[in-house]
Design a protein around this ligand. Sequence first.
Ligand SMILES: C[S@@+](CC[C@H](N)C(=O)[O-])C[C@H]1O[C@@H](n2cnc3c(N)ncnc32)[C@H](O)[C@@H]1O
Length: 380
Amino acid sequence: MSSKLPESKIACGGLILLDQISETNSPDLSADDGNELDITFALAQACFSKNDWEGVCNHLKRAIELSPEDPSCHLFYAHSLFSLGDISASIRHFDLAISFEKNPQSIEDLKKQLFSTPHIALRGFFQGSHAPERAIFMSAAVDLIKNRPAPFNFLEIGSYAGSSLLTWSNAAENFLAGECHIVCVDPWGESGADLYNPTMKKNLESDRAYEVFCHNASLSRENVRVTPIRGSSHDILPTFKNNTFDLIYIDGSHQYADVLSDIVESAKLLKNGGIICGDDLELQLFQCDQEFVENNKTADFIKETKSGESFHPGVTLAVAEYFGDVSNFAGFWVMRKISDGFEKVSFSNATGLRPPIWPWEFHERITAYFEDSDELGRLL
Ligand SMILES: C[S@@+](CC[C@H](N)C(=O)[O-])C[C@H]1O[C@@H](n2cnc3c(N)ncnc32)[C@H](O)[C@@H]1O
């Protein structure tokens, strides 16, 4: 192996560490191009050590210009593109690496390994990393409805890169005896990307979020089927029939008017006995200075004056206006539809699931959270 190649591991979306790459062929450095190729790889490695995937990709692109038929250049580039969320380009460069490699089996194995792994590990992709306990409660919400008649229909409003989808599909695979169809509604960048921080905005507008979502959706197994619908909830929700869904999760726009309209529409689409829930209810209205919330209902995420905590005023106000006080578990709010309205739920007899794909530090946080909590019946 050439010392010109990055020696360290290439970290990919699925947390795969590919020391194996270093076992594959090194670039065939010609005397003239060798120097620039050396420098290009050194620069790629410097970017890699800073988790700057854009930088890694830019330098590897140049490496491919210098050595266009070199399988290891394509292989490194393919891995870096995957990490960046350019899934389709990653597949193209894996296939080029395979086509230029004399013994392609190891590259084929690496590709298979990588593409059978959920993509969760990157900045801006792993939603919910600030509160991993919420995902445990989300899975417990699926446990609550397991005795309802199959097939099950779920609706997710706001899916981004599919992190919450992985939670729903994992819970459905483990808890539900029948078929589960998960419909995911999101414009994925065609509108509304301006609402988000620069990383999310870029991932949405470049289509990386959608590509990563599709990759994660393709990993659903057994009884779970996923249908993405690209569009705003305002346009898409009215096209569904009333009383269709067993579980509806609201995590799209957090602006007050949008959250309220998502709740109003979803309430009609939910079956009797079904669960409606949503993300980012850090504070309920009764915990806040209500006038402050009213005056800031179009803000995204701000500090509340009475409690001093940061919260999403649009979510707080819309949820309170429609339901009043709701069941709230670490910011994940939940209600059950009954014949004459909605009731609170309890998870004290429910089971929650740890997502198998999580990094260890999340598991530590979850263990610490549930050690002191009587909110959940059982944690698996
Ligand atoms: C916070 S992210 C969702 C994260 C995702 N649920 C997860 O936990 O992995 C919000 C998403 O809502 C989408 N969105 C914004 N406005 C929307 C709307 N009106 N209808 C549907 N989705 C919307 C955005 O494109 C973005 O992908």
